[in-house]
Design a protein around this ligand. Structure first.
Ligand SMILES: [Zn+2]
Length: 477
């Protein structure tokens, strides 16, 4: 019988990795004779215990995994691929074109930033390791890209005789999908649905999340916001209020955001607000070596665009709904540092979204001590991250080994989340034509996963369990 092992995103929101094992046709069912498919291969992020998992070998030899498939490009779903391949994985890595192109940008950026930070930590001696090392370097990324194989954006696709996948828009970031996996073992077929990360209904740019119309034997569902709703309110209006308030008092706004997804959402809203003269023209810095390429991809992959975005682009696709009047993209570290000299109001969008690393650290070190400034927290802030500390009202933040006073206004804007809130997850779940025989909740901190479990049991009466790290569960009866 097929089985699944939770190699990550169980009890936490990062490190998504699910190992699916199919028994050989006509075989005894021993896993050794069958085939193995890895669904997502994410990096653990957050506290030190989680990060340490990135350095440990998988409980299964990567050489013994036959295939890999990705739900979307975010690092917590792809960022461990360089280690997997370095440790011996040689099979294909399947994903749709947008996901593969974003993954390439992202892995290169991740490797580059890790090197930059390791170097910085070595110089300034603030690492908890005497000899800080990067988990991987840019040299480890090339071999991953060589294994990339395109699969269609939607519809069915045969990975192998044992594994067939069908993809559905997840509305989370460009290319993001929910996957319906059909496992064939001899005459037996088992259907497993992976939600991937479920996006939001009615958000700009991307299409709506679509529930796979599957009669699933097993459903693996994310639960990031399983215990919470996002704040109400029109994000455009709220953003206009903040920009006007901060600019009026002569301050600047720092937005910790991942270069893919939320950065484009912010650019889209700023473009609209500026066009409607609802905010003053202030320079916007997108400080990321990869944001330009990611933004180009957002424009290029029109198969993912919702109707309004397509309309703003115009029939010829030449409109530019992701640009503002004074827009700077900074790639080089020197250009990034030069933003420190900008003393007049500006908006800086920079990674990482959870303030766990990246160039946003420099911007916050400079701007946090000044009460005129503001920080907008838009994404999920995992336990143990500096983003979570800011969200919870920390008075100081440890940056580069030094405590930095937090005097800037900290604004939480869940309206900009790329993740479905609790009721949106339930709406997505309600789209299944029949109850899955078993549902496992992943990609959520324990409280969120348990809250969603209780809500599913109450609303749908489905059998639902919270996934446990490294547990192996049978698929199908
Ligand atoms: Zn994601």
């Amino acid at each position: 019988m097929a089985k699944l092992t939770f190699l990550g995103a169980a009890g936490c929101v990062t490190g998504s990795k699910y190992l699916v094992e199919a028994a050989a046709p006509g075989g005894t069912g021993s896993a050794g004779a069958g085939k193995r498919l890895l669904v997502d291969c994410g990096l653990f992020q957050g506290n030190n215990d989680l990060k340490d998992r990135n350095w440990k070998p998988l409980p299964v030899d990567p050489k013994a995994i036959d295939y890999a498939v990705l739900t979307h490009a975010h690092l917590d779903h792809t960022g461990w691929l360089p280690v997997l391949v370095r440790d011996g994985y040689r099979g294909p890595i399947f994903a749709n074109p947008a996901t593969l192109e974003l993954t390439e940008i992202l892995l290169k950026d991740s490797a580059h930033l890790q090197e930059e930070e390791t170097e910085h930590a070595r110089k300034k001696k603030y690492s908890r390791h005497p000899e800080p090392r990067s988990l991987y370097t840019p040299d480890d990324v090339g071999p991953v890209l060589k294994l990339a194989k395109t699969m269609p954006r939607s519809g069915g696709f045969d990975i192998s005789p044992e594994f067939h996948v069908a993809s559905f828009d997840a509305g989370h970031i460009l290319g993001s999908s929910s996957l319906e996996l059909t496992i064939t073992e001899g005459r037996k077929k088992t259907v497993v649905v992976f939600s991937g990360d479920v996006g939001r209904y009615g958000q700009p740019i991307l299409k709506e999340p679509t529930t796979p119309p599957s009669k699933a034997d097993v459903l693996i569902c994310e639960s990031t916001y399983g215990d919470r709703e996002h704040e109400d309110g029109d994000p455009e209006q709220l953003l206009a209020q903040i920009v006007n308030r901060v600019v009026k008092r002569g301050g600047s706004i720092v937005i910790p955001a991942f270069a893919i997804g939320r950065t484009q959402t912010f650019m889209y809203y700023l473009h609209r607000l500026e066009g409607q003269q609802r905010i003053p023209r202030v320079p916007v810095y997108v400080d990321s070596p990869m944001a330009l390429s990611a933004t180009d991809l957002y424009v290029k992959h029109r198969e993912d665009h919702d109707l309004e975005f397509a309309r703003e682009e115009g029939g010829d696709g030449k409109g530019d709904p992701l640009s503002v009047h004074e827009f700077h993209l900074t790639r080089a570290a020197e250009e990034s540092k030069a933003i420190n000299n900008v003393k007049t109001p500006c908006i800086i969008i920079s990674a990482s979204g959870m303030v766990s690393g990246g160039r946003v650290l420099h911007h916050l070190a400079l701007r946090l001590p000044d009460a005129k400034n503001a920080v907008i927290l838009a994404g999920f802030q995992a336990e143990g991250t500096r983003g979570r500390a800011l969200q919870e009202g920390a008075k100081t933040l440890n940056l580069f080994g030094t405590p930095v006073r937090v005097c800037a206004e900290v604004v939480e804007m869940g309206q900009f989340s790329a993740h479905a809130g609790k009721s949106e997850l339930l709406r997505w779940l309600s789209g299944f034509p029949a109850p899955p025989k078993q549902t496992y909740l992943t990609h959520g901190e324990p409280r969120a996963a348990q809250a969603l479990q209780a809500a599913i049991q109450e609303k749908f009466k489905w059998k639902a369990a919270v996934a446990r790290y490294l547990d192996t569960v049978p698929l199908g009866a």
